[in-house]
Design a protein. Structure first.
Length: 78
């Protein structure tokens, strides 16, 4: 009787161990997916930052052109 209970307990422990291993594998897969998503988001943010910097540089160039044009227009204003 005691041996039967030990066998039952051993079987339950093995089942629980397998469930735990499956759970750990699932958690590992989720962590990998999250890491990949984070890398993609980081790359997108870097691209956006570069684009914003380009826009800012272009805006500065436009301001310089406007200033030059304003200077030329002022020469003709009486």
């Amino acid at each position: 009787n005691v041996i039967d209970k030990l066998n039952e307990s051993s079987e339950k422990m093995n089942e629980n161990k397998e469930k735990l291993v499956d759970l750990m594998q699932n958690l590992s897969a989720i962590a990998e997916e999250n890491a990949a998503g984070t890398e993609e988001a980081s790359a997108a943010i870097e691209e956006q930052s570069a684009s914003i910097e380009e826009i800012a540089n272009g805006s500065e160039g436009l301001v310089n052109i406007i200033d030059e044009l304003q200077g030329i227009i002022n020469k003709f204003t009486v």
